[in-house]
Design a protein around this ligand. Sequence first.
Ligand SMILES: [Zn+2]
Length: 680
Amino acid sequence: MAVGPWEVVEAPAIPPNAVRSTPLPLRGIAPRGGGKKLAWALQTAPEQVRFFEEYTQQAYPFDKLDLLGAPDFSAGAMENAGLIIYRDAYLLADADSPADKFRGVYNINAHEIAHQWYGDLVTVPWWDDIWLNEAYATWAQAKASLAMKPEYHTDLSALEGRVWAMKSDSLLSTRKVRQPINGEGDIQTAFDGITYQKGAAVLAMFERWVGEERFRAGMRDYLAKRKFGSGSSDDLIATLSAASGKGEHFAKAMRSFLDQPGVPLVQTTLSCRSGKARLDLHQQRYLPYGVMAGESSTWDVPVCVRFGRGKTMDSQCFLLDKADASFDVEGSCPDWYLPNADARGYYRFEMDKPDLARLAAAVSSLAPVEQMTYADALSSAFHRGTLPPGTLLEAVPLLAGSELPQVATALLGDLEWIRENLTDAGVRGQLDAWIAQIYMLRLEQLGWRRQKGEAESVTNLRTRLAELLAMTMRWAPARAPLATQGRQALGLGKEKGVDLSRADPDLLDLALKIAVQEGGETAYAAALTAFEAERDTARRYALLGALGSTRDTVLAARARDYGLGKAVQIGEMRYLYSSQMDEPENREASWNWLSRNFDAYRQRLSPFAQSGLPRSFSTGACSNEDAERVSAFIAPRVDSLIGGDRGLAQTLESIRQCAALRKHIDHSAFGEWVAARGSN
Ligand SMILES: [Zn+2]
């Protein structure tokens, strides 16, 4: 039930089809005055319903479909049967919205609609199987989106999600996909990257291994047997096993990924003798530099390998079900190979050095997802301390030319880490000049505004590059055009009065931040007035981010206090505080502020958000002293945060990992590497 004032928009009913015999009524519901912004969700929901009906061979299971956007709804969205409730900013879009808003609405809608089958038609008996609902919806959303909106390149964003999940899965304090539930904290922290992205990645990996058709047959069978009831992980595994044609191997392999934490690291060596190739594989748990696990783990990993011979490529899968195994490669000896074909495997890999060099030479012939998995192999070696930072960065220009934002920026997370943790002011200046050489011209060519009819990937690349150059690097030539847009939006340019549509919608967040950072008290006051008058949730987020981003000590202190006031809604707070923490100058003062205002801050957090508190105030922390300080303050208060013990353990482990790697790397050798780039 939802209590308004609402505006209800009736869309045409979704016509019957081969699976469903009656029309399905469809409505959108927005806060009054926002009805027009439902058009995109209502226009695209019918094709998603049809897609899932065809995939599952089950008619949409309820009498109607209502999509409702509610202000300050605490989760992103909730798949109530027949009445899906979204945070309004995630459902509403119009011509002034950023391009990625349309993609975002499409994807979240596909996720929630997929839940009408997995989650609602069949649910789970208990919380320890909640991954079934979320992993399915995440995996199915990517499938639907890839089929119907190929221009969104959802395979690439799904892979970004997987890489992100693998990073948290590299912590010793990570959860299992199927984590026992011992209290409310385990429930509230179950909605993380392990449940969604790792769970979806495991489904995608096994789908590739057994083939799409067999997998779909199993999925259909599972729903047909359990509809209007519930099913556990064991039920799903048994049904998929039966359909897989792989017998008990399937069940054992899938369980090895669900019932133990961590990511496998597959180490590979190829040897050739009289034209025939043999591939030696070794597996162990992937752990970053300095981390030791108490016990050794192994998985049953379907390792699918891409082989290149001249201009032809093929792939072959091997089941690695012990620590070490050797396999014969079909066909002649390959010129190169990639140990994760189609990037569908949930594992990281490390290749013998000559093998890696041959792969590096073939990177441009790989599919975009495979280029990203190559980047992840470099990144994982860097975090294990086996690949020097300079060698990692040498791959940046190889990928930077890609048309696809996910590929072109695949190593930027590591580049930012290196920049922040390994450089002093002198080296940083030289490094920035090198980065700007790679990316600045590209950004200028893309221009500072979205063009009519522009591909979404172009818009997305512009936003990512502007974020890197203008915000992270504070590169003056990238900041100037954005500062102008921000001032115009706030009415500080030639035209008076606030009008946020004067800035490019995709660059609005950045433009407002830069205008506030550079505009002192006047710009801060203008953004504050605009925030208090603004009713559109997405624009409120942008304005709060701008207030939080000020680096003026007096204004920053004012912003922190403002975040606890009534004008800022509970779900909006994090936009202000995260943008505070993004600016290194603000971190010390923010931490001190938290230590004085912990109770007031905590009380305003939803149950979902509480376990994230230690991490939110630890951005950039990378020393053992930092870890001690966070621990000394939070540990005595951890019981007051739902799921706080897990949130704290993961935060401390991340900080200590960062510190260990920073200490391990030879800073002066890296300084020389940077200096050599500068003189080229
Ligand atoms: Zn979900």
